[in-house]
Each structure stands twice: as C-alpha cells, then as structure tokens.
Design a protein around this ligand. Structure first.
Ligand SMILES: CC(C)(COP(=O)(O)OP(=O)(O)OC[C@H]1O[C@@H](n2cnc3c(N)ncnc32)[C@H](O)[C@@H]1OP(=O)(O)O)[C@@H](O)C(=O)NCCC(=O)NCCS
Length: 189
C-alpha cells in the first residue's frame, strides 16, 4: 500500500470509510470558499471518499498519534506528460489549522514528486484573497510566477452572474528544491 511518513503525519490512500472525516471539513462553507465546488452533503462525502479511494491524485493526511484524518493533499500530473509537471493542492480540517500540518504534508508530497516521480516542476494555483494558502506555498519555497486577473470563476452570485476571481500561480523546479533541501539538511548538521 502507498504510504508516506513525516515527523507527525502519515499520508496514505483514501478508503471508503474516510467519508465521516471528509464530511467534518468538506461540509464547511468557509473551508470550500476558494474551491471549485460547493460544500458537500453527507451522501456526497460517502461518494467522494469512494471516488478518491479509486484514484491516485488524492492523499489522506492522518495524525500519527491517533490515525485521525485531518485533511488531504492533491498531487496530479499535468498534460502533456513529457513536461514532467505536477500540480499540488490541499484542504484541511480547520480544527487542525495553525499547527504546520499542511506545510509538513505538502513538503513530503513535493519531496516524493521530485525524488520518486521524477517531477521536473511543481505548480500550484490559489486565489490572492486566500492568504493562508499562498503563505503555505511560500513556506514550501515556491515562487509566485503570475498574477492572473479575473481569469476564472467557480461560483455565481445570487443573480446567477459569475464571480470572477484572480489567480496566483506558484512553482518550484527540481533543481531549486534540491538546492533548498541541501541547505536544510546541511544546516541541521
Ligand atoms: C490552506 C490551508 C491548508 C493552510 O493551513 P495552515 O494550517 O494555515 O497551514 P500550515 O500547515 O502552513 O500552518 C502554518 C501555521 O501554523 C503555525 N505552526 C504552528 N506549529 C507549527 C509547526 N510545528 N511547523 C510549522 N508551522 C507551525 C505557523 O506559525 C503558521 O501560523 P500562522 O498562519 O499564524 O502564521 C488551510 O487554510 C485550508 O485548508 N484552507 C481551506 C482550503 C483551501 O483554501 N485550500 C487551498 C485552495 S488553493
């Protein structure tokens, strides 16, 4: 079974039984505010846990101390495949924000992509209003490469008009990561 481990976390494949933990955070409007989908119902979480268990892009992030599923990381190869580019994304249960868990799990995913999947470039997108998200990307030493103006919408207003949103684009190259990782490893002695 596919498992990754960091100091405090286990990253593993989803199972159908994870739906209740998913429901704890995907049912929360504030959590999905910048996501391309509305809050989930219980039934949708049951289906979503099954769907995630059948594909490779979603990783469940669990606390080592008690196996509690506290969020998910998404890692998906982009087309065309020969560009060796992966996109990373993340959504966590707010009860576990502010403890560095998202950063710790994303760091592990980035390391996995560069070291095991032969990724050349990792990218991420977020809404500039979502400061928690771009701060996390900057903690991972990703570089802001673009600010796209009103390029996308996920939601509509009460009149049915699109709510256009800006996008920050972030990226990091394998050589930058290994250089950074090298510095971290050597600074720890
Ligand atoms: C984006 C999201 C995952 C960020 O979560 P987070 O907990 O703030 O992120 P981190 O894991 O990087 O934690 C950083 C915070 O933990 C604190 N922290 C505490 N202990 C820490 C530790 N041991 N190591 C690192 N940071 C630690 C940091 O100081 C920082 O606090 P600050 O925000 O007050 O500066 C979360 O807000 C979320 O799930 N949002 C909803 C979904 C979403 O918008 N996803 C992104 C769509 S693009």
């Amino acid at each position: 079974m596919r498992i990754l481990e960091s100091d405090r976390l286990i990253l593993r494949k989803f199972t159908g039984d994870d739906w209740q933990n998913l429901y704890e955070y995907l049912s929360n409007e504030a959590v999905v505010r910048y996501e391309p989908y509305p809050a989930f119902t219980e039934e949708e979480c049951r289906r979503e846990a099954e769907r995630r268990s059948e594909q490779d892009a979603f990783w469940a992030v669990c606390l080592k101390e008690n196996n509690k599923l506290i969020g998910n990381v998404y890692l998906q190869q982009q087309e065309p495949k020969e560009f060796l580019t992966w996109e990373i994304g993340y959504v966590f249960n707010p009860a576990y924000y502010g403890k560095g868990y998202a950063a710790e799990s994303c760091r592990k995913m980035v390391e996995y992509a560069f070291e095991q999947l032969n990724a050349r470039r990792i990218v991420a997108m977020c809404n500039p209003e979502n400061a928690a998200s771009w701060k996390l990307l900057e903690r991972l030493k990703m570089r802001r490469e673009g600010h796209l103006r009103k390029n996308i919408y996920f939601k509509r207003d009460r009149h049915g008009n699109p709510i256009w949103a800006d996008t920050y684009e972030y990226a990091i190259l394998a050589e930058e990561w290994f250089e950074h990782d090298y510095i971290l490893r050597t600074s720890k002695g």
